[in-house]
Design a protein around this ligand. Structure first.
Ligand code: NAI
Ligand code: BGC
Length: 266
């Protein structure tokens, strides 16, 4: 059977760990050639690219800081040079720098906003330019597909993380406004909003039994998510199977946005 993303090219930012790494693997398993962006650690992506190529796929690793416009341009140019064009862009890179409001420095605020929100803006902008440059696709119904990695915190307020929650709230309206702007030319823009997924970003929330028990109180489905859960959603959202899905946030959160604290309260 033909793979869902056969002959397509995907670029994934922040692919050296966690969700980006898992999404890159899933897209490659679905048949896509993948460009794996990393910020500072080359080894995981170089290793993954080698594994994908050994298994008969196509992949390469490339360094870029998504908050720097010149580096984002370099990233897209490298992908174009290697694969000729791009069909799928996953704007995933993101980070936390948590602090209570009175202690949050301007640097803490700007660091998170410039990576999470400006970084996704620059990535989306470059993606739209690239889809237009390449022109109609022979491998997908859409001219191109963009997936923004948002979070349940695009809707759930998060004390002690106002920079992070503001960045994800910003992604929600950036994604929808962009989707409205470019849908008429066949570009599909959507978000995935993960709940708690076991990655380095939230290690403190799951790596001791006490923390895990506390976290599970927020997840009606009763388990912490795996990067695989997000990888599968990304494959579907990047494929023609979701061709009529435009400007939507797909929550993949085990029910975290059902506000389980209200189950027997309120
Ligand atoms: P992670 O820390 O494992 O991965 C983040 C990746 O982004 C790393 O590879 C890092 O190098 C990269 N990155 C950071 N700044 C960068 C920059 N300036 N340029 C390029 N790459 C950069 O964390 P995780 O969990 O995989 O996070 C990935 C995305 O998923 C983030 O946008 C995060 O906000 C989002 N997310 C994660 C959730 C979770 O529970 N793990 C839940 C909801 C959203
Ligand atoms: C955060 C994680 C957190 C999850 C659920 C994500 O956006 O990056 O640290 O565990 O949301 O609260």
């Amino acid at each position: 059977m033909e793979k869902l993303l056969a002959n397509q090219v995907a670029l994934i930012t922040g692919a050296s760990s966690g969700i980006g790494y898992g999404v890159a693997k899933a897209l490659a398993n679905a048949g896509a050639a993948v460009a794996l962006n990393y910020h500072s650690h080359a080894e995981p992506d170089e290793q993954l690219a080698a594994e994908i190529e050994q298994a008969g796929g196509s992949a390469f690793a490339i360094q870029a800081d998504v908050s720097d416009p010149a580096q984002v341009d370099k990233l897209f140019a490298a992908c174009r040079a290697r694969f000729g064009g791009i069909d799928i862009v996953v704007a995933n890179a993101g980070l936390q720098k948590d602090a209570a409001i009175a202690d949050m420095t301007l640097d803490d605020w700007q660091f998170v906003l410039s990576t999470n929100l400006t970084g996704q803006f620059l990535t989306c902008q470059a993606a739209v330019r690239e889809f237009r440059r390449r022109g109609p696709s022979t491998v997908s119904k859409a001219l191109g597909k963009i997936i923004c990695m948002s979070s349940v915190h695009e809707v759930i307020p998060w004390a002690g993380h106002v920079n992070y929650a503001a960045s994800k709230g910003g992604i929600q309206m950036m994604m929808k406004s962009l989707a409205q702007e470019v849908a008429p030319e066949g570009i599909r823009v959507n978000s995935i909003a993960p709940g708690a997924i076991r990655t380095p970003i939230n290690k403190d929330a799951w790596d001791s039994q006490a923390a895990l028990d506390k976290l599970l109180q927020l997840i009606p489905y009763g388990r912490v998510g795996d990067v695989d859960d997000i990888g599968k959603a990304a494959v579907w959202l990047a494929s023609d199977e979701s061709d009529y899905v435009v400007g939507t946030t797909l929550f993949v959160d085990g029910g975290m946005t059902l506000y389980p604290g209200f189950a027997d309260n309120g």
